[in-house]
Design a protein around this ligand. Structure first.
Ligand code: C2O
Ligand code: CU
Length: 579
């Protein structure tokens, strides 16, 4: 079982155990003896089963096993110790065990609440608050069920609850964190990059577009979704004039994966102000890196990109020979956008398929009918990629894979999530069972260019309660905090920076750092053994631990966020800044 699977199993068992104990407590209070005994036996088994999942998680090297061992395990143990023997004594009056059973239920539930609501990092404060909650709830049950505890017991419970509550809140309120992200920096350099050789104008506006026969309302560049494909050749100077016709919440252009100077990065509130209706902004940068990229608005990006404010950016190393097609997968109003129709091509023509995932979740791509190589990922060429047959690739949100092949005499088809999106003729192949390429073991290795890291950061991706706004919200968090409360990562120009990114949650987080590509060092403790992988978008799955590094060579203030844009919007966004 994967670590992610274990985490999920442990959570399900914890819910069952808590429900079982609480149900048993309620049943015994109602004098439903068989039901109470049945539920209690079930809860006991579930609680014991957690010992197995918690041990397995610790064994798998799960980063957060300590939290389960320090909070969930003692509370579960207390549950078993208090409720177990009383049950075994087979009480004549089942009602007499109601409070111990409820206590067990409260203990399991509060451990669960700590896991779900609080998240990382677990602290003594949280443990004490959990204990206070359990004691208080037990005391209330005692009163309500009319079984008077002795004076000594109730006084002890009161003292314990108050002490735990006071200590817990004291520790939680202790000063220590939440420096805000300074947003007042201005790295704008007016330096010209030369005379533009490729000029484009993109006008953002509301539009109605037709998707497979249905009219849907969209936000579009130049009236089309996706926006116009921008192409250039290495060495060109690209100049794009962005105009906003009527997108009330503003637009910008972010060049996803293109490591432009900071002032051109298109992040509202950080590198520029959002372009409001009637306004314009001119972007200019040199196309010095060939490859497949895309652009999209970064103003209310969750809504904006989903509604259609995106397009393709391709920088060619030299004039193209053969067929060069871009397949930018996108879902608009719940409908997959149709792809370019493929021309039937003669045999032995070289083809480059540039696959882009512009959605917020992973897609599975399968190329049937030919052997192929993955020539590049996220715009960077791979070293000696071997030919692949009947192998699928998973592309994270925002990511790009370039597949190359020579046309065979028979048809070729590209499947996305099992659906044909591009084909040169009829192909009927079931691709669902194909193995998935692991890019960390693909292509020829070359040594990591650095032996030391000047700065290291750990990012724990999670969910948790964010209490810093006007209203509490259930946020996607990094190190227990949500944007804008996540402290910025400060680096110096020239540093070699290492990130350790750990996913404690139950969902995938496609990670994306602006302005830099990161070199993958390892995943889940196993070093990358394939071609050097310089990525700008990579899926950190539940339970995953990724180590990546990069040279800090592009000064400025850079967004660093989850590219499931709804997650970014719900807090999973921080900033990397140069001192
Ligand atoms: Cu494509 Cu900040 O994102
Ligand atoms: Cu995410």
């Amino acid at each position: 079982m994967t670590t992610g699977g274990l985490v999920a199993a442990d959570l399900v068992i914890a819910v069952l155990a808590a429900a079982g104990w609480l149900g048993a407590g309620a049943a015994s209070a109602a004098r439903r003896r068989p039901l109470a005994l049945g539920l209690a036996a079930f809860a006991l088994l579930a609680t014991l089963a957690r010992a197995i999942t918690i041990t397995a998680l610790a064994h798998a090297g799960w980063w957060f096993a300590a939290e389960k061992i320090l909070i969930a395990a003692p509370l579960s143990l207390a549950a078993v110790v208090v409720a177990g023997p009383r049950l075994l004594r087979a009480p004549g009056d089942i009602r007499s065990v109601a409070v111990p059973l409820l206590f067990a239920g409260y203990a399991e539930s509060s451990a669960l609440l700590v896991t779900v609501l609080h998240g990382y990092p677990a602290s003594a404060a949280v443990g004490l608050l959990a204990v206070a909650g359990v004691v208080a709830a037990t005391a209330v049950s005692w009163r309500v069920l009319g079984r008077r505890p002795s004076r000594r017991v109730s006084r002890a419970a009161l003292v314990l609850a108050v002490a735990a509550l006071v200590a817990g809140t004291g520790l939680a309120a202790a000063p220590g964190a939440t420096p805000g992200v300074p947003h007042d920096h201005d790295y704008r350099d007016a330096s010209t990059v030369g005379e533009p050789t490729r000029r484009f104008t993109l006008t953002a506006g509301t539009a109605t577009v037709n998707v497979s026969g249905r009219d849907v309302s969209a936000w579009a560049f130049n009236g089309q979704v996706p926006g116009p494909e921008l192409t250039a050749t290495v060495g060109d100077v690209i100049e794009v004039t962005l105009r906003n016709r009527d997108i009330a919440r503003g637009v910008t252009l972010h060049w996803h994966g293109y490591d432009v100077p900071n002032s051109q990065d298109g992040v509202p509130g950080v590198t520029q102000a959002a372009v409001l209706p009637g306004q314009e902004f001119v972007y200019r940068f040199r196309a010095d890196q060939a490859g497949t990229y895309w652009y999209h608005t970064h103003a209310v990006s969750d809504v904006g990109v989903r509604m259609g404010l995106y397009g393709v950016l391709v920088v060619l190393p030299a004039p193209v020979t053969g067929v060069d097609v871009t397949v930018a997968v996108h879902t608009l109003a719940g409908l997959p956008l149709p792809m370019p129709r493929a021309e039937p091509v003669k045999a032995t023509v070289p083809v480059r398929l540039r696959l882009i995932n512009t959605d917020s979740t992973t897609h599975r791509y399968a190329l049937a009918g030919t052997a192929f190589r993955v020539a590049a990922i996220d715009g960077f060429d791979l070293r000696s990629p071997a030919p692949l047959v009947d192998t699928a690739v998973l592309i994270p949100a925002g990511g790009r894979y370039d597949l190359v092949f020579t046309t065979p005499a028979t048809p070729v088809a590209l499947f996305v999530d099992g659906r044909v999106v591009y084909s040169t003729g009829p192909v009927s192949t079931a691709t669902g069972a194909w193995p998935v390429l692991d890019p960390l073991t693909y292509g020829a290795r070359s040594p990591v260019p650095w032996s030391r890291f000047d700065t290291q950061f750990t990012l724990v991706l999670d969910r948790g309660l964010d209490l810093h706004g006007l209203l509490p919200r259930y946020a996607h968090t990094v190190n227990g905090k949500a944007d804008p409360d996540i402290p910025p990562q400060v680096v110096r120009l020239g540093d070699i920076v290492k990130f350790t990114i750990v996913n404690r949650s139950l969902v995938v987080h496609p990670w994306h750092l602006h302005g830099h590509h990161v070199l993958v060092l390892s995943r889940n403790g196993r070093p990358a053994t394939g071609s050097p992988l310089w990525l700008d978008s990579f899926d950190v799955r539940p339970g995953d631990v990724w180590e990546v590094a990069f040279p800090a060579d592009n000064p400025g203030m850079w967004a660093n966020h989850c590219h499931n844009l709804a997650h970014a919007d719900a807090g999973m966004m921080l900033h990397l800044m140069y001192s």
